[in-house]
Design a protein around this ligand. Sequence first.
Ligand code: SF4
Length: 445
Amino acid sequence: MVLPDRSRRAELSFRTPATLTPSGPHMINRRKTRQVTLGDKEHGIVKIGGDAPVSVQTMTSGYTYEIDKCVAEIHKLAAAGADVVRVAVPERKDTEALKHIIPQVQVPIVADVHFHFQRALEAVEAGVHKIRLNPGNIQDRAQVEKVIDACKERKLPIRVGVNEGSIIERKDKQKRAKELGGVFSNNKHGYILAIMIAKLEEYLDIFYARDFYDITISAKSIDPLIVIDAYTEISKRFDHPLHLGVTHAGPKETGTIRSVVPLGHLLASGVGDTIRISYANDPIYEVQDGLELLYILGLRERIGAELIACPTCGRIQVDLFTLVQDVRKKLKEEIQIPIKVAVMGCVVNGPGEAEGADVAIFAGDRKGIIYVQGQKTQTVPEENILDALLEECRKFQDRVRRGEAKLGDKVVEVIPPDPLGELGSGFDKIAAGQVEKVTPLTISK
Ligand code: SF4
């Protein structure tokens, strides 16, 4: 067995803190990482790290050996915008299936390998585009070296993914007792971090010893604060691209917040090159929410319309919840360019939001007034709001495509309608003292 030459450490640039490079419209200073490439002409080439946009990954939820179902799920996830799709390969029949799956899909595929290093070798033979190894359950140095050599020969990257759930030693009883003692002590947070980083460094030394640097790193935990600290610390020690994620984030209803808090924090700090949001739900939501997170941080160029809507309150006089859902569904079907659309319940906050939107509507007393880049275009009854708004969005999309209009090109100040006049928003209620009195931009009791 060849031991890593630790004297080389000082020479290796990836041991030093990485520099920052500006990126994206909001100028998040992204940490510069050593880029890796996966994929091919048939499946698309995806670059991770360096100046590549942050990519979105997900994982199939069905059995890989059920070939047709797996292919269908990969198609669905790729169509939703997944840049990379990972599949589990726990058994030989799964890696066998990969040979039939890979030629049928158009997105790079990662084989998720645990416990059995042979699955990694089989997946490489089957034509997979990247391997994920877990240092918590494939520890034998000779086995890891075999996987590294196979990937090196095919120029495939490897993700080294440490995970809080599998980081504690399981075979060596003495070591396990010591590690568990630390985990259950008062300093669990710091102890988990220390174990994660120590095991990561130890594992990566095997890769460096074989001159293998096509590596991405993940360090997932269920605890958002550990996720933030782990990736922040790792980003200071290595310049390999980082795959961000929260492990076992739970159902979408609560998993969204558990995931978005640490991932949003890290991405806004410039840390993270590829992300996977994980839910106990259809993975299509992981892709949709991952993309939305990158869109709102300005780390990816939005595909399709952006919808802004008010939360509604006692001033609302149309069925805005239904309207917003209908608008959202239709925009997804019909608009392919990043038009900003605002659906506002009244004139209180409507004008401010509309000033940043390409197409906006303020609802009033069973009516709506539509604005396109600050110009009022029509007033319609509630039942026609959806159709009229979509018509304006389609017309605007056509004008943008013909070069007659520019997205976000709005310098016109929106003059709000008189709430007691044109929209008649709540005069009777106000007179009856049922709601606060509303003036165009101020509210008084
Ligand atoms: S825009 Fe109007 S209806 Fe919507 S939340 Fe604000 S005040 Fe309420």
